[in-house]
Design a protein around this ligand. Structure first.
Ligand SMILES: [Fe+2]
Ligand SMILES: [Fe+2]
Length: 470
């Protein structure tokens, strides 16, 4: 088990106290991070007392330590999962060789780019969610939002640690840039499109945490396989925190669906106008939000055919999620058929790994859909929620900009333009959802558009005062 020196300014299990240069570099970065949190983190909630989980070690007891604190006092630490003895590279051309404890020179710039791209998403999501606290549907939800925010902050620390510890001056410059880009900024936007989308309502937050944090899970799982051992260990630990973010998404959407079904029953109708008049969100509108955030998140896996993915895999930098579940770990002989608008194309499997990842991601996304549809079915309704086709509304890859319906069928461009507002939230849908966003901060009370959760956090009651506002 790793031990942590709590006396340290930066809680860690990476023996920071014995690396003065690295410690000083991080101590120099820390006030910049806190300044960023102050300017770009949850607005107007710095004085709030929040019931939060803090990682104080990586073992089963220590990673989920609960207590009430103000967010700027959160102890953002650096934690790596315990090292596996004699760990060997599990895939690619160097399979079976010892993993790397340092960055091999020839992979330096690619690994740095991969780490920076992952690191960029963490503060980006905090910026996107910055104003949501003002319209929380309950204190329980407000606390969950803040929990996600502080943990995304810690994930930024995790990536900055790797940059500082293994990439020298370039890494330190990248760490500063991670605080200089901002979500939606016209001049210095975040790297990936999804992380520049505005997020101004809680239905979007739940879809984001369901779909986009799940992309995060898949990225972290593929880095957990990496031959660069410090990256693997960092990401393995991040995954334990990430699970809660997806939990917030899945249960959030469940609670919206549950509330809508209650209203449908009370009114004896599935007429969206009447459901809306009652202050709940009709299922077709929920579907549009799912289609919007799912299609946006699908682009995060990159192009269907990619030489970058081939190079990252062959070299050992980035594996497939759950690499051990596959038979072939080298993939020099394998190929895959990829559907493009020009027809099916057989490409070397190494070049199709983004698509392999996207497919397993979509399977994982189905789990929540099944649960929600069971609720709808049990309530006696025909309506079913679905995932859009992976070709729908893509901006990256062979289907980018193609007029395709949610089933993946190509249609005329003008039909696409005309029908798009039936598939993703229209201006008026967004205006309606926004009209529901009023904050509810009485302990245990819920906004009218969402059912209460089945249980509270860490065995506490649902009506516990999870946040004290001052
Ligand atoms: Fe994260
Ligand atoms: Fe996350």
């Amino acid at each position: 088990m790793s031990s942590i020196n709590y006396a340290e300014k930066i809680p860690n299990n990476v023996d920071l106290q014995n690396d003065r240069t690295l410690q000083r570099a991080l101590e120099h970065w820390q006030p910049h991070f806190l300044q960023w949190w102050h300017e770009m983190g949850p607005s107007d909630f710095e004085a709030a007392d929040v019931y939060l989980r803090t990682a104080i070690s990586v073992d089963a007891q220590g990673w989920a330590h609960y207590g009430t604190l103000k967010m700027p006092d959160y102890r953002w630490g650096i934690f790596l999962a315990d090292a596996l003895a004699e760990r060997k590279i599990g895939f690619g051309d160097q399979m079976g060789q010892p993993v790397w404890q340092q960055v091999p020179g020839e992979y330096r710039s690619t690994l740095r780019r991969l780490i920076v791209t992952q690191g960029d998403t963490e503060p980006a999501s905090v910026e996107q969610q910055r104003k949501l606290g003002h319209t929380c549907p309950s204190l329980y939800d407000l606390r969950n939002l803040f929990q996600i925010n502080v943990e995304e902050g810690r994930h930024l620390w995790a990536m900055v640690y790797l940059l500082h510890a293994y990439f020298g001056r370039d890494g330190r410059e990248e760490a500063e840039e991670l605080l200089a880009r901002h979500s939606g900024d016209a001049n210095k936007p975040r790297i990936l499109t999804t992380f520049n989308e505005p997020m101004t309502d809680w239905l979007s937050l739940f879809c984001f945490t369901y779909f986009t944090d799940r992309d995060g899970k898949y990225q972290l799982k593929s880095f957990a396989e990496s031959a660069f051992d410090p990256l693997s260990r960092t990401c393995r630990f991040m995954l334990t925190e990430e699970a809660h973010h997806m939990f917030v998404g899945e249960t959030g959407i469940s609670r919206v669906v549950k509330r809508t079904l209650e209203v449908m029953k009370e009114l004896g109708t599935d007429d969206p106008a009447r459901i809306r008049a009652q202050g709940a969100i009709d299922l077709p509108t929920v579907q549009k939000y799912l289609s919007y955030w799912c299609s946006s998140s699908l682009d995060l896996f990159g192009s269907e055919i990619s030489s970058n993915s081939a190079a990252s895999f062959a070299s050992g930098m980035k594996g497939r999620p759950d690499e051990q579940t596959y038979q072939d770990h080298v993939l020099r002989e394998a190929s895959m058929a990829i559907e493009t608008p020009q027809g099916a194309e057989t490409v070397p499997m190494l070049n199709a790994l983004n698509e392999v990842m996207r497919e397993s991601y979509l399977k994982d996304c189905e789990i929540g859909l099944k649960r929600w549809n069971r609720m709808i079915e049990r309530a006696g309704h025909e309506f079913r929620l679905t995932l859009p086709s992976a070709r729908f509304r893509r901006q990256i890859g062979p289907w980018a900009g193609q007029p395709v319906d949610t089933q993946g069928k190509r249609i005329a461009p003008d039909e696409y333009q005309r029908r798009l507002q039936d598939w993703i939230p229209s201006e008026s849908d967004r205006a309606f959802v926004h009209s529901l966003m009023r904050r509810v901060i009485e302990p245990g009370k819920m906004a009218a558009w969402i059912a209460p959760p089945e249980r509270g956090i860490n065995n506490l009651a649902v009506d516990y005062g999870y946040v004290h506002l001052h």
